[in-house]
Design a protein around this ligand. Structure first.
Ligand code: XBP
Ligand code: MG
Length: 239
């Protein structure tokens, strides 16, 4: 079946955003004054790169905070849902502010690949675990246009019941596109994303990112260090 649409992941794929997310989490923890709200913890509510690399195994910012609260503080996250939501709301505000300044930037080749897709009449979609405000802030800063002026369809984390590696967000993108999985290609950076795309019946091209370079992508249809029009032409030629 001919390729009709590209469905992009956001964090780590369109842009190396996870260091900006980590900084925003840490700034939110500091601002909320967690020490006043929770007992001291062995990590002191500061997520180092190594700790964040481990926490990224949990997709979704709220879910990630909940996993940390339970593992680090030994607190039942279900009893801290309002506190977690408050932290995550502040974190998202800090992240979108930082991204809006243009501090993150698209990964090399992404803008050219999107232009390549448009020139070939391919439809463009997003399937991401991150929160919609983050997608909007990134697109406005990096494409100079709102996200829905760049991508025809956007499926974001909080719109579905289960986040990646579940297929839900890809299923939602396919439903909104009105396309079968065989007509689309997912572009991802992580094993959780690869699993989600495959579970939705999609072929998946992987561009490993800062935090996923060591992951096992043996089930991917293609792996390339950078997303470029040449990589896309090669994928189509070999598909
Ligand atoms: C990556 C994620 C997100 C981000 C943080 O999403 O798992 O949770 O790390 O964003 P993807 P939120 O790679 O699917 O784009 O705090 O908004 O969840
Ligand atoms: Mg990603």
């Amino acid at each position: 079946m001919a390729l009709e649409a590209l469905i992009f992941d956001v964090d780590g794929t369109l842009a190396e955003t996870e260091e900006a997310h980590r900084a925003a989490f840490n700034a939110a923890f500091a601002e909320i004054g967690h020490a006043k709200r929770c007992p001291d913890s062995k990590h002191g509510w500061t997520w180092s790169r190594d700790l964040y690399a481990r926490l990224l195994g949990v997709t979704g910012g709220k879910e990630r905070i909940a996993a940390y609260v339970e593992a680090d503080l030994g607190i039942d996250a279900s009893a801290a849902q309002q506190f977690i939501a408050e932290i995550h709301g502040l974190k998202t505000a800090i992240f979108t502010h930082d991204v809006a300044s243009g501090a993150v930037g698209l990964r090399p080749g992404v803008a050219e690949t999107i232009a390549w897709a448009i020139s070939r009449g391919l439809r463009l979609a997003i399937a991401t675990t991150t929160s919609r405000p983050n997608v909007d802030a990134l697109c406005l800063a990096e494409f100079g246009r709102p996200a829905d002026m760049v991508f025809e369809v956007i499926a974001a984390g909080d719109e579905v019941a289960r986040k990646k590696p579940a297929p839900d967000v890809y299923d939602l993108a396919l439903e909104r596109l009105g396309l079968r999985p065989e007509a689309c290609l997912a572009v991802e950076d992580s094993l959780n994303g690869l699993k989600a795309a495959k579970a939705a019946g999609l072929r998946c091209l992987i561009t490993p990112s800062l935090y996923t370079a060591e992951e096992d992508f043996s089930g991917a249809n293609a792996i390339c260090s950078e997303l470029t029009p040449t990589a896309m032409d090669r994928f189509l030629a070999e598909a």
